[in-house]
Design a protein around this ligand. Sequence first.
Ligand SMILES: Nc1nc2c(ncn2[C@@H]2O[C@H](COP(=O)(O)OP(=O)(O)OP(=O)(O)O)[C@@H](O)[C@H]2O)c(=O)[nH]1
Ligand SMILES: [Mg+2]
Length: 305
Amino acid sequence: MSFFRKFTEGLAKTSKNLRDKIQEIFRPGAVTEEFLEDLEAILLQADVGVRATQEICESLRLESKKRAIRSEDELYEILTAKVKEIFDAIYQPLKVSEVNPTVYILVGVNGSGKTTTIAKIAKLWIDQGKKVIVAAADTFRAAAEDQLAIWAERVGAEIVSHQHGADPGAVAFDAARAALARKADLLLVDTAGRLHTKKNLMEELKKIVRVVAREIPGAPHEVLLVIDGTTGQNGLSQARVFAESVDVTGICLTKLDGSSKGGIALAIAKELRIPVKFVGMGEGVDDLKVFDPEAFARGLFSKGS
Ligand SMILES: Nc1nc2c(ncn2[C@@H]2O[C@H](COP(=O)(O)OP(=O)(O)OP(=O)(O)O)[C@@H](O)[C@H]2O)c(=O)[nH]1
Ligand SMILES: [Mg+2]
């Protein structure tokens, strides 16, 4: 499947939602104030957020003064270009260390998709012939190690784990040592889901980051906050609190396939100013893509397949 096609499919619910509504209000040649107001409401409903919505509508207003927008396709072209521009403004490619191992720590609230996303990232690397170790630093939830072990076996990653209830910092320590000793290309650290409001759990997270940083120079190369794309504005407030405790370098936006509100990626870009690095668009192990501004922008307004 082509790269763009995956985004088109993964964002199908959102693009259908947007296109169905826009079709109802669009009249060729007439980007009126009324149209812009309606468009604003449509974008806000798709979780695009106030700032990005205003920026998109303003640029459309300016563009329509320069030329008539004769068809819906022309309108989508303009919207796609603007959305891409918003993503481009804060885009940062995924950080990969020149010296092995590269280390990513995944954090986020319960059920956001951390463990599954770890398996998917591992698969992306392993498919390129790389060696991946996963660390089961979620020692909090009873079946967490087992769940990660099953995924690790399925995708061909090695796993470092301790017993249930062990110190997650100690798991991170062992995993960092193992990654160095076994010359892994990538170390992925799974962490327990936590309410972002629980102070002690946030301290635990800081410790995991510290341990990894001490053992491996330059690590962690990414601290990825996993946000369930269906949780809307709540996802944004989670992100703010996490970012106060740890230096979140990127977002993994999951479950976009189940959401008609994929516009949340724009709210994240505009309001959090943290780049999205991965997007999850399905439960399968291949349903994760490295974020791409153009592919995402096109997917948001594409006709579907
Ligand atoms: N449809 C869909 N489901 C997803 C996606 N990513 C994760 N899920 C599902 O979300 C559920 C929770 O995923 P986990 O990976 O266990 O989430 P977690 O953050 O590790 O959860 P805790 O360890 O309990 O905090 C699972 O049923 C996954 O299959 C996605 O991109 N699309
Ligand atoms: Mg988990």
